[in-house]
Write a protein that binds this ligand. Structure first.
Ligand SMILES: [Cu+2]
Length: 201
């Protein structure tokens, strides 16, 4: 007669084994970064923009160039960026204002992969003409004030910004402006930049 206690014991062992298997956290995209519940909810609300066509429809217009930063320039009057890519920025001018909304970033950032653009980050962007003091969101104070990123943004466009790597893991940190895992095409509209200068506002 099969021993019921033995079967029960086996089931318990199986159940414990299953519980020990890591289960993706809620809101964790396959292969995506681990995020706080707050940021995971933001990512879910913006997931529709994984298709850049949806972004354009909603007013996020491509700024064409893929930005990559060769090295940090701390101590040279520039922003303290680690070397890494920043990708292609799609900017929604209609979202620019003094109040930041987690569901309405001013910028979406894509990485060119083959002949596609892959959504990797969102950016909250506030010109100093809109706010003289540093705004904050997600418990982070926006960086700046800094000059615009020539040649795609005029240097005179002084602003604050915060990059949040919601879809691609960033070894430098989820709020780091640059991501060493992001690269730009070797040819085409790639702009290799130095970190922007601090603006004297
Ligand atoms: Cu950026």
């Amino acid at each position: 007669m099969p021993c019921i206690h033995r079967i029960t014991a086996m089931l318990v062992v199986l159940a414990l084994g299953a519980a020990a298997t890591p289960v993706p956290a809620i809101g964790q995209a396959t292969g995506g970064p681990k995020l706080s519940p707050e940021l995971a909810a933001v990512r879910t609300s913006l997931d529709k923009y994984q298709d850049p066509v949806m972004a354009v429809r909603d007013g996020y217009l491509s700024s064409l160039g893929c930005l990559t930063y060769t090295a940090g320039m701390s101590g040279h009057g520039g922003m303290d960026y680690k070397a890494g890519g920043m990708g292609v920025h799609f900017i929604n001018m209609g979202n620019i204002g003094p109040v930041l909304d987690p569901k309405k970033p001013q910028v979406l950032i894509y990485e060119p992969v083959g002949d596609k653009l892959k959504l990797v980050a969102a950016e909250w962007f506030v010109p100093t003409a809109v706010s003289k003091t540093a705004p904050s969101i997600f418990g982070q104070t926006l960086t700046g004030p800094m000059e615009g990123h020539e040649p795609l943004l005029p240097a005179s466009l002084h602003h604050w910004d915060l990059h949040v790597w919601l879809w691609k893991d960033n070894p430098s940190g989820v709020f780091s402006p640059t991501n060493p895992a992001v690269s730009c095409p070797a040819t085409g509209y790639t702009f290799t930049e130095h970190p922007p200068a601090m603006a004297k506002d």
